[in-house]
Structures are given as structure tokens and as C-alpha cells.
Design a protein around this ligand. Structure first.
Ligand SMILES: NC(=O)c1ccc[n+]([C@@H]2O[C@H](COP(=O)([O-])OP(=O)(O)OC[C@H]3O[C@@H](n4cnc5c(N)ncnc54)[C@H](OP(=O)(O)O)[C@@H]3O)[C@@H](O)[C@H]2O)c1
Length: 221
């Protein structure tokens, strides 16, 4: 069982989302440029009920990222554009009636809300107790399967800082965003015990996996 980040797209200048996220710009301004490696893959098309798609390296990395997951953890901004107290129960995520998770997805928020059961097995569970509570609950339901930290940036940064991520695979995109949500700002990944353990060039992104070196792992357990 691993706690991992997979297929998280980052611009060359280190942004995982553009600025000014809102209903029209879920990934922030220019954010879709981060995801262009994914849109052409068979994995993405299948998730959206479509045939065809490319089956190269990008596809294989997307598939790898989606397999073996028993629970997800998402930040509230990844779940949607609503900020502050929930005005009502109407927002149920960006993904329609049947989201692509198919397992429990724990959503970090400061604003309590009842869980939502979606079609296809996804259950959104809102957690107000922080990352440790979210991870404990995710581990419990995931069993032997992995817990995937889906994002966004603020959520991944907290888990990295706490030394809770075993492996993180980034899809490094050959684009610059200039501004947005910075994944690495003031984070010393080396001091946190991470090193690059794999890199593979895909069609539209380079996939880079960071793992924790043994000494760091044993120091935190
Ligand atoms: N590059 C990629 O592959 C990728 C993947 C996924 C998402 N994204 C993008 O990333 C962006 C979202 O990232 P983000 O950094 O803005 O936000 P985020 O990590 O998705 O969510 C941050 C929000 O979650 C809640 N939260 C986080 N940690 C918490 C804690 N410990 N306790 C309680 N609540 C907590 C807070 O919301 P409240 O205080 O309001 O409740 C906080 O403002 C979106 O644009 C999304 O599309 C990119």
C-alpha cells in the first residue's frame, strides 16, 4: 500500500494550476495547457465514455496512475469553484453524475458537509480535520490498495511537507504559465528525502517519479 501522487501535471516553471480558478477556468487561466498530454490518450477518452485515443507512453503513464487505487484525497478547490461556506448542496464536483474515481474520495475542507454518493462507486466524503485525519480514513477504506493524493497544489504541498507521500509522478509539460499555484515554492524536496527514481519521455510530457530514499523513509516511520 502506497500513498502516491500520479500524473500530476506541472509546467516548466513549476505551476500545477493557472491563476484565477473559477467556474469557467477550473484549472485557472491557461491551466488546460498543463493537461494537454492527457486529453489525447485512450485512458482519458475511456474515462469519458469515448472510443479511440493514443496508446503511447502518455497513455501508459495515465493508466498506471489510475490502477490499484482504493481511495483518493482531494483539496476542496480541485473538487470545485465554490469557496467559503457551502451555500447549498448543489455542487457535486466537476465530473457529472458518474465521476471517474469509483472509490471513496476524501475532500479536504474547512466547511463541513454531508457525504455524497455518486453513480459508479464514487463517494465524496468531506473531511474538516486536516490531512492526517483524511489519510487515516483513506487508508482504512483502501486496505491493501494505494491512496492517491489527487491534488490540487496546496493539498500535495501539505502532504509532502509532512513526509506522507511515498511516491510522486509528475507529468512535466513543456509550457510556461508564468503565474498560478506553485508546487515547489519554498519546499526543499531533497531535505524531505525525495530523489528522482524514474523518468520517461512521453509524447507531450516527461513523466518524472520522485521517491523517498530509504533513510528518510525509516526516519519518518
Ligand atoms: N496539475 C494537475 O494535474 C492538477 C490535478 C488536480 C488539480 N489541479 C488543479 O489544482 C487547482 C486546485 O489547487 P489549489 O492548490 O488551489 O487547491 P486544493 O489543494 O485543491 O484545495 C485547497 C483548499 O482545500 C481545503 N483544504 C486544504 N487543506 C486543508 C486542510 N488541511 N484542512 C482543511 N481544509 C483544507 C481549503 O478549502 P476551504 O478552506 O475553502 O474549505 C483549501 O483552500 C485547481 O485548479 C485544479 O484544477 C491540477
Amino acid at each position: 500500500m502506497k500513498v502516491r501522487v500520479s500524473s500530476f501535471a506541472v509546467s516548466l516553471d513549476g505551476f500545477g494550476a493557472g491563476p484565477s480558478q473559477n467556474l469557467q477556468n477550473p484549472l485557472g487561466v491557461n491551466g488546460p495547457e498543463l493537461m494537454e498530454w492527457f486529453f489525447s490518450t485512450r485512458a482519458w477518452r475511456r474515462m469519458h465514455g469515448l472510443d479511440g485515443g493514443e496508446t503511447g507512453v502518455d497513455h501508459r503513464m495515465a493508466e498506471e496512475g489510475l490502477s490499484g487505487i482504493g481511495a483518493w484525497i482531494l483539496g476542496r478547490n480541485m473538487f470545485g469553484p465554490v469557496r467559503g461556506p457551502w451555500p447549498d448542496e448543489s455542487w457535486k464536483g466537476w465530473w457529472g453524475e458518474e465521476p471517474p474515481y469509483h472509490v471513496p474520495a476524501f475532500v479536504l475542507t474547512h466547511h463541513a458537509r454531508a457525504s455524497i454518493q455518486m453513480k459508479g462507486g464514487t463517494r465524496f466524503i468531506f473531511v474538516t480535520g486536516g490531512i492526517h485525519e483524511a489519510l487515516a480514513r483513506a487508508r482504512e477504506v483502501a486496505g491493501d490498495s494505494d491512496v492517491r493524493i489527487g491534488g490540487g497544489v496546496s493539498t500535495i504541498r501539505q502532504f509532502l511537507r509532512a513526509g506522507l507521500i511515498d511516491e510522486m509522478t509528475l507529468a512535466l509539460r513543456p509550457v510556461v504559465l508564468g503565474e498560478g499555484e506553485a508546487l515547489f515554492a519554498a519546499l526543499d524536496l531533497r531535505a524531505l528525502g525525495y530523489e528522482c527514481i524514474r523518468h520517461v519521455a512521453g509524447e507531450r510530457a516527461v513523466h518524472v517519479t520522485l521517491g523517498r530514499v530509504a533513510s528518510a523513509r525509516s526516519a519518518s516511520t
